[in-house]
Structure formats: C-alpha cells, structure tokens
Design a binder for this molecule. Structure first.
Ligand code: SAM
Length: 255
C-alpha cells in the first residue's frame, strides 16, 4: 500500500498533537492527519468530522483502506456537533478561514469541556482566531509559520489558561522590541505574540511580501478615479507603514 506522507503544514500541525491524545480533526477532508497519526501509533483515538458529503466519503474510504476503523471514527456534521462531551482532549481545526474556525469554536463551546489543547491553522484572519482564544480563556503555547507552494500558513496551539491567571495580559501587553518599537495589542494579534518574539526568515518574508502586495494596491488606487476606492488609501498606506516598520525593526534586531 502506498505510504502516506504529511505536507510540511500538516506535519507541523501533527507535531502539536501530544502523544496518546484522543483527538478530533474537524473539517478533516481526506482524514489524512488522523490516519497518519493513528497508523504511527501516536494517538489513542480520533474523530474525523466533515460537514460535506464528498470529503466525508473520502475520509471513510481512507480509514477503511488503512484498516483503522477501530481507532478513527468518521462522522458527518457541522463543526463540533459531531463530538460527544468529553470525547476528545485535543481538537484540530485546520485549512479554513479564521472566521469559520471562530464560528465553529463559539457554537461548539459546550463540546470543549475536557479539551486540553486546540491546534488551529486558519488560512486567513489569524488575528480573529487569536482574539477568540484570548477572550475565551485559551493561552497560546506555540505558534509556527511555514511556507509551502507559495503560501504562508500560521499554526497555533493553545492550552486552557490556569484558573484565575490571565496569561493573555502578559502575551498581549505592550511589547517593546529591542530596536525600541512598541507593539500594542492589535499589532500582536496581527503578527502573533509568539512569532514576533522569535521571528524567523519565513515570518519576515511573509510580511515583506504582504507589504509589497498592499503597496501595489495603493498604486492602483492612486490611479483610480473611484472615490470609494480612494477612501481606502489612507488606511492601506498606514498598514503598509506599520508592517515595514515592524519587519525593518526585527531585521535590525537580528543582526
Ligand atoms: N483539515 C484538512 C487540512 O488542513 O488539510 C482539510 C482542509 S479543507 C481545505 C477544509 C475542510 O473543512 C473541507 O473538507 C470542508 O468540507 C470542511 N468544512 C468546512 N466547514 C466545515 C464545518 N462547519 N464543519 C466541518 N467541516 C467543515
């Protein structure tokens, strides 16, 4: 049988799933992540949840083909509704927009009982996911950024805040970078409070390219006569300025 391999993105997600977990992979598609983890003996059990029929069938096929039915339960349903309370201790939600991930977590709050870790990989709107975690008693314990096939992916792992301790305050309180630049909460939500504290070349590349892209949009708008487009110009230029300031500061700090 063909050997299944995880992409760098999925492998980074897999690395954040603790050994022996009872995991749920919500929006599992082909169930690749739970299949590889179960086949390697890395997890005790998995639920692969899918809302759409096509991916649900493909997950079922994959699990049967590998003979992993006793370890992976494939279920069709929206978000966390596929879970019984207390059934999973780790939940992975990856490869969707940040707004959808927040919606799934918000609507499934009662199924988060007993969950000790969330592993989330929003394709966009990462700041929204960080804000949801912060406002709902989850502390970021790891963040990674990887580049694959021309896309950048941010992967976050969060654990429950200890009783009575607001870790968010220390993660999102004003951060003074060695170059002197001060980052406030909105910037930390955007860049990632852990990523910005140890920026790697992928992080710097993502934000340099993002600023280049926004700058191009600014130039197009400058040439456009539409008043509605021009009203965006000010905020876009401000965004470019902020991103450049942060990336330049972090590059100076790394020298
Ligand atoms: N998690 C896999 C990964 O990261 O490679 C698959 C990502 S795939 C792009 C997103 C999957 O999420 C799709 O298969 C889609 O059907 C599923 N999905 C979207 N909304 C969902 C929801 N509300 N509940 C469960 N699954 C959902």
């Amino acid at each position: 049988m063909d050997q299944l391999e995880l992409s760098l993105r999925l492998q980074t997600i897999a690395d954040y799933v603790p050994e022996g977990s009872r995991m749920a992979d919500i929006g599992s598609d082909h169930a690749l992540l739970p299949v590889v983890l179960a086949a390697a003996g890395r997890i005790a059990h998995a639920v692969a949840g899918e809302v759409n029929e096509g991916p649900y069938q493909s997950a079922l096929r994959q699990v049967r083909k590998r003979g992993l039915e006793s370890l992976i339960s494939v279920r069709r349903g929206d978000g966390l509704t596929v879970l019984e309370r207390g059934e999973a201790d780790v939940i992975v939600i990856a490869g969707m927009g940040g707004a959808l991930i927040c919606r799934i977590l918000e609507e499934g709050k009662d199924r988060l009982e007993g969950v000790r870790r969330l592993v989330l990989q929003p394709n966009v709107a990462e700041d929204q996911v960080r804000r949801w975690l912060k406002e709902n008693g989850w502390m970021l314990v790891n963040e990674s950024i990887v580049e694959e096939d021309g896309h950048f992916y941010e992967i976050m792992a969060a654990a429950r805040e200890a009783e009575g301790k607001k870790h968010g305050d220390s993660l999102y309180g004003e951060l003074k970078l060695p170059c002197g630049l001060v980052l406030k909460e909105d910037m930390l939500l955007k860049f990632g409070p852990l990523l910005v504290r140890s920026p790697n070349p992928v992080f710097l590349r993502k934000w340099t390219l993002e600023a280049d892209k926004l700058e191009k949009i600014c130039k197009q708008i400058e040439q456009s006569a539409a008043e509605s487009a021009r009203s965006r110009l000010h905020s876009l230029r401000e965004e470019v300025r902020q991103i450049r300031e942060v990336t330049q500061c972090l590059q100076v700090d790394k020298r």
